[in-house]
Design a binder for this molecule. Structure first.
Ligand SMILES: Nc1ncnc2c1ncn2[C@@H]1O[C@H](COP(=O)(O)OP(=O)(O)OP(=O)(O)O)[C@@H](O)[C@H]1O
Ligand SMILES: [Mg+2]
Length: 254
């Protein structure tokens, strides 16, 4: 198989085995069902900024959300399409697909595990995603895209020039190829799950990513992804051919 993207960002040599201390710098973003916290991990060789994505407890006891630093309201992902391919014992699978409290709690614990696994596979494929640092109790720690003064903008809000828009599209294509070659579909791709930082595009938010081999909706989801982002670029002045891109990716997937 030929490689269409550069290898994982090797420049980002993550200190391994080096002692560190973590400092909580506060809430970065409050999303639909998870919240992103900024953490500074101080190694002897220097500090690294991390994003800690923490999923809110589905059935919090009184005071728990506030006690754990979460903001208020939340909503939950229920879409069976994504969960359909989770490998689980039959009983758990039935619970996760159903609406029981046990099922909800189990799914709540599985989403961050699923996200970390998908992020790791995407990273290994050479896609431009935050470096997956580690799994935590109800979340995951990853490289923070940004610096001490600000976080990367969502593509939808980055106000790109024409030239930057063209570069973003090229980078997105490279990412789509890397995902596809690795057998993955993001399945929630949009200008809100792409970050723009210093001329580079990053793909984020992967809990719902699926595989071609285990999810029969994967091809449809890929088409939806390409159409979503393709229409966004077209609306913003860079006309792109959604069907041609989809056809190219299909060929890679086979
Ligand atoms: N690694 C990161 N570096 C910098 N910012 C990040 C990172 N991960 C997430 N963010 C910020 O947090 C926001 C929410 O993250 P994410 O999309 O993963 O969660 P979500 O629960 O799907 O939220 P939303 O409902 O906003 O889509 C992102 O849009 C982005 O602004
Ligand atoms: Mg998101």
């Amino acid at each position: 198989m030929h490689s269409t993207t550069s290898p994982p960002r090797a420049a980002l040599a993550w200190p391994s085995g080096e002692p560190y201390e973590d400092y909580q710098l506060g809430t970065l973003k409050s999303g639909k069902e998870a919240e992103i916290f900024l953490v500074e991990r101080r190694f002897a060789s220097g500090p690294r900024l991390l994003a800690h994505k923490r999923y809110r407890p589905r059935y919090p006891v009184k005071g728990q959300l506030r006690g754990e630093g979460f903001s208020n309201s939340t909503s939950y992902r229920g879409d069976a399409t994504y969960k359909a391919s989770w490998f689980l014992p039959t009983r758990d699978k039935k619970a996760v697909m159903g609406g029981s409290r046990y099922g909800h709690e189990l799914a709540g614990r599985l989403w961050p595990i699923q996200e970390f696994a998908m992020l790791t596979r995407a990273w290994q494929s050479g896609a431009s995603v935050p470096y997956p640092v580690e799994q935590t109790d109800h979340g995951l720690l990853m490289e923070f895209i940004g610096d001490e003064s600000r976080a990367a903008s969502k593509l939808a809000q980055a106000g790109l020039s024409r030239a930057e828009l063209a570069s973003a599209w090229e980078q997105l294509l490279a990412n789509l190829r890397a995902f596809t070659e690795a057998g993955l579909v993001h399945a929630d791709l949009s200008a809100y799950n792409l970050l723009w930082w210093d001329g580079s595009l990053f793909v984020i938010d992967l809990p719902q990513a699926v595989e071609f081999t285990t999810n029969s909706d994967a091809y449809e989801l890929l088409h939806r992804d390409v159409a979503n982002v393709g229409e966004w670029f077209t609306r913003h002045g860079l006309a792109v051919d959604v069907e041609a891109v989809y056809a190219e990716l299909l060929a890679l997937a086979w």
